[in-house]
Design a protein around this ligand. Structure first.
Ligand SMILES: NC(=O)c1ccc[n+]([C@@H]2O[C@H](COP(=O)([O-])OP(=O)(O)OC[C@H]3O[C@@H](n4cnc5c(N)ncnc54)[C@H](OP(=O)(O)O)[C@@H]3O)[C@@H](O)[C@H]2O)c1
Length: 242
């Protein structure tokens, strides 16, 4: 898919990987709608993209809130046109320090699932039909190695990411004949607030920069021959898992 001229929506775009993805898509010529809860940092990112000549708009909203989803989609389409690229990047770890699963409150597990699984699902339900009618689009789910590895204390987050990976595969199968590609991407460890919240003692020098990872994800969005629908792409090797 050509990035130039696409309408794109990126959740969790006020910092970290989401910010880098929004910047990379805008630099490639997409019109980008950026979503996050806190309007202040989000507005700063939009201003910085516009200062470099990109087209960007802020939508302050909480992806976990059922009532916000139609507003996000409607505003995004009004601001940047039909959405050809949707990146489900916003994510919650749940309470930190991370807890053993049996010490996790059921309400905290439910809240993580609302942000990482149900919210993205609701948004895809609103956006995917129009993509299918137009015969094309790319939906990207940002995953994690915690979706695959049973790391102690990463229970709520890992469960949500494993479910999101399977959501991605099932959507890909169901949309196979529509031209809409559905991908999952494990971006690997990056130097972001989320990483610092989860692992405050990590050596930041060993972590990937979000901009490097975002550039590779944009390549995968562009390269339908390599990143086929249903694939799960894993950084830093960018191995494609069928
Ligand atoms: N960092 C890593 O090492 C790593 C490793 C594997 C996978 N990942 C995945 O990569 C993605 C990006 O992570 P990151 O490290 O860049 O995270 P981050 O630095 O914590 O940024 C998270 C972004 O999501 C927004 N957000 C959080 N909850 C939201 C909600 N309910 N509604 C709307 N926006 C929300 C935040 O802004 P507000 O707080 O203002 O809403 C922020 O813009 C996530 O899916 C994460 O699971 C990260």
């Amino acid at each position: 898919m050509q990035i130039q001229g696409q309408g794109a929506l990126v959740t969790g775009a006020s910092r970290g990987l989401g910010r880098a993805l929004a910047e990379a898509l805008a630099a490639g010529g997409a019109r980008v709608a950026l979503v996050a809860r806190d309007a202040g940092p989000l507005g700063d990112v939009v201003a910085s993209i516009r200062a470099r000549g990109g087209i960007a708009h802020a939508i302050a909203a909480d992806i976990s809130e059922k009532d916000a989803v139609h507003r996000i989609a409607g505003q995004a389409q009004g601001l940047v046109g039909e959405i050809g690229i949707a990146v489900h990047n916003a994510s919650s770890l749940g309470p930190t320090p991370l807890r053993l699963l049996l010490d996790t409150e059921c309400e905290d597990l439910a809240a993580v699932l609302e942000t990482n699984l149900v919210g993205p699902f609701r948004l895809t339900k609103v956006l995917a039909g129009a993509m299918a009618l137009r015969g094309g689009g790319v939906i990207v789910h940002i995953s994690s190695d915690a979706a695959v590895e049973p790391y102690p204390r990463w229970g709520a987050y890992g469960i949500s990411k494993a479910a999101q990976d399977h959501l991605s595969r099932i959507l890909a199968a169901e949309l196979a004949d529509t031209g809409v590609r559905v991908l999952a991407v494990d971006p690997g460890e990056m130097d972001t607030k989320m990483h610092a919240d989860a692992m405050p003692d990590a050596d930041r020098a060993t972590l990937q920069r979000p901009a490097e990872v975002a550039a590779r994800i944009v390549e995968m969005i562009e390269d339908g021959a390599r990143a086929k629908t249903g694939a799960r792409l894993v950084a830093p090797s960018w191995e494609v898992q069928p």
